[in-house]
Design a protein around this ligand. Structure first.
Ligand code: SF4
Length: 234
């Protein structure tokens, strides 16, 4: 059994997903609404993104036309819970104009990534959750956990290639969400709770190689491998 297979086996036996803890679990199957939800989750946590999404919904601002026509101040107020509301309002306006006459469901990864505010992670989440292509999105939690496990390392695209090979298409959405849960519950950026983590038996961070245990420990703090994925990757 490969390491990824064992990781998946452990995740399946230990993580029960609650989709309402993720912003995509609050979006209807409407492609524009889903894309907005995913964009809102950039550089904030899902709880704040969900609050902003619901505020947009209350104001009837979940169509490209409504966002394009909305007053900036109204849009900004709705987006306030997610932080950086001015930049987000500007970006959402740009996105609404860019997709107004487009069929999001027929757009490929590169086309999506050419849209304002859409980077590889947002494109991969969209394609995965709309059931268009079984990608493996890498957010800040996934990056930190798979790095510490020594399952994948490097930049977004290197990590993505490894994870696409490691996890079968029909398991990728689950594995992505379950790894986020591991990151939230145990594998925190600082002081990960390895003693309680279900993945500890397969984790190189928790079980550094004997010959270089001290140096391995020192070389894998959150600031090295658990760093945030900033906007350019979102
Ligand atoms: S064992 Fe520790 S370092 Fe490894 S995934 Fe779990 S919390 Fe993170």
């Amino acid at each position: 059994m490969s390491k990824a297979e064992r990781v998946l086996q452990i995740l399946k036996s230990s993580i029960k997903l609650d989709h309402k803890r993720f912003v995509v679990g609050h979006a209807r199957r409407d492609p524009f609404e889903a894309l907005v939800a995913i964009v809102l989750s950039q550089n904030t946590n899902d709880r704040n993104a969900i609050r902003a999404l619901e505020a947009l919904r209350e104001r009837g601002l979940l169509t490209p036309e409504a966002i394009e026509e909305a007053e900036f101040t109204v849009l900004e107020e709705a987006l306030r819970p997610a932080g950086m509301h001015r930049q987000r309002a500007r970006r959402l306006k740009e996105l609404a104009v860019a997709v107004k006459d487009k069929d999001l469901l027929s757009m490929g990864r590169e086309e999506l990534m050419a849209l304002p505010g859409v980077g590889p992670k947002t494109a991969d989440v969209f394609l995965s959750f709309m059931g268009l292509s079984p990608e493996f999105p890498i957010d800040t939690h996934v990056r930190r956990v798979v790095s510490r496990l020594s399952l994948a390392k490097g930049d977004y695209e290197s990590m993505r290639r490894v994870l696409l090979r490691a996890f079968p298409p029909d398991e990728r959405v689950f594995a992505h969400l379950a790894l986020i849960e591991v990151g939230r519950r145990w594998c925190r950026p600082r002081n990960p709770r390895c003693g309680e983590c279900p993945l500890r038996e397969v984790c190189e961070y928790a079980n550094p190689p004997q010959s270089s245990s001290s140096s391995s420990r020192i070389s894998t703090p959150a600031s090295h491998h658990g760093g945030e994925l900033k906007g350019s990757q979102d």
